[in-house]
Design a protein around this ligand. Structure first.
Ligand SMILES: Nc1ncnc2c1ncn2[C@@H]1O[C@H](COP(=O)(O)OP(=O)(O)OP(=O)(O)O)[C@@H](O)[C@H]1O
Ligand SMILES: [Mg+2]
Length: 291
């Protein structure tokens, strides 16, 4: 069977005035069918660009890129994207939002009554799967952030995509809601048999969800390293406290720090504050003691 995603030597250049930005440099990556892969890396390393390229929303400059063995030339029903902002239609209920996928609505004229019935059945099943039955008739402004994101995920799943592309989908949620969403997305992706490519800034999230964690580096945007996650496939929250988890977290954080070119050590901060002119004319000690 073809890989869900196959990339070889993918480049993406952006022209911004007279400057040229290499958002993706020679990216090669294969993702297996049903695999859950997470992407982390410093801001600007090309995570979103890579995801948008896979979605077919961005044309790549050079290289080979395929989904399910088919060259990607634009968006397709085999791929769906979920963003950080839930982008729901405020005038539609939960169920209506889920049913209203761009792909399905584009072909409304060709749809038969059995298509409509099948869509209604699928939407209802997704409402139940995502734990939204109690709010099926509610509008987005009546829902919490976590619920809204569950609606957005259900909508993305409506067309039965083989690949789910998620760009920091839980970035706006609080820590407890995020944990719930992590277990939910793992469960749902397994039930729906979809491959997931998941972008995050949160290394803990990347390890908990991913079978592999891809670390990207900026300037130029590229793949720096890939880590296999040494945890059982079925994840439980307690695994976050295991030695294997914590060691991998330290290793990846260190890698991101060293590739980002940003240093935050206390020596450096001290040097910077010594150099800064003091507008009050007081010493550091006096300023600290002053209430
Ligand atoms: N439409 C565009 N035009 C010009 N440059 C762009 C465009 N989109 C992205 N870039 C540049 O490409 C590089 C990669 O951007 P991208 O948004 O993919 O990074 P990212 O890893 O998702 O960052 P973040 O973690 O902040 O979301 C950056 O230097 C960015 O400024
Ligand atoms: Mg991004």
């Amino acid at each position: 069977m073809a890989n869900a995603v196959h990339c070889r030597g993918v480049w993406k250049l952006f022209e911004a005035g007279t400057t040229r930005i290499t958002a993706l440099q020679n990216v090669s990556l294969d993702i297996g069918d049903g695999e859950f892969v997470t992407l982390v890396g410093a801001s600007g390393c090309g995570k979103s660009t890579f995801l948008r390229t896979l979605a077919g929303l961005e044309a790549h400059t050079a290289g080979e890129i395929e989904a399910g063995g088919v060259r990607i030339t634009g968006p397709g029903v085999d791929r769906a994207m979920v963003f950080q902002d839930y982008s729901l239609y405020p005038w539609l209920t939960v169920t209506e939002n889920i049913k209203f996928t761009r792909q399905l609505s584009a072909h409304t004229r060709d749809r038969t009554s059995s298509d409509v019935e099948a869509a209604a059945g699928r939407a209802e099943a997704l409402v139940r799967l995502m734990g939204l039955a109690a709010v099926a008739s509610a509008y987005p402004n009546q829902l919490s952030g976590g619920m809204q994101q569950r609606v957005a995920i259900a909508r993305a799943l409506m067309s039965r995509p083989r690949i789910l592309l998620m760009d920091e989908p839980f970035g706006a949620l609080d820590a407890q809601t995020r944990e719930v969403m992590h277990d939910l997305i793992l469960h749902v992706s397994e039930l729906e048999h979809c491959t997931v490519v998941f972008v995050t800034h949160d290394v803990e999230e990347a390890i908990y969800l991913g079978r592999r964690v891809v670390v990207m580096a900026p300037r130029p945007g590229r793949i720096d390293s890939i880590y296999e996650v040494p945890l059982p496939a079925r994840r439980v929250q307690d695994m976050k406290h295991t030695r294997a988890f914590l060691e991998l977290k330290t290793q990846i954080l260190e890698r991101i720090r060293s590739t980002s070119g940003m240093r935050t050590d206390t020596d450096l901060l001290q040097k910077l504050s010594q150099r800064a002119p003091d507008p009050s004319g007081l010493s550091t000690t006096e300023r600290t003691l002053d209430p």
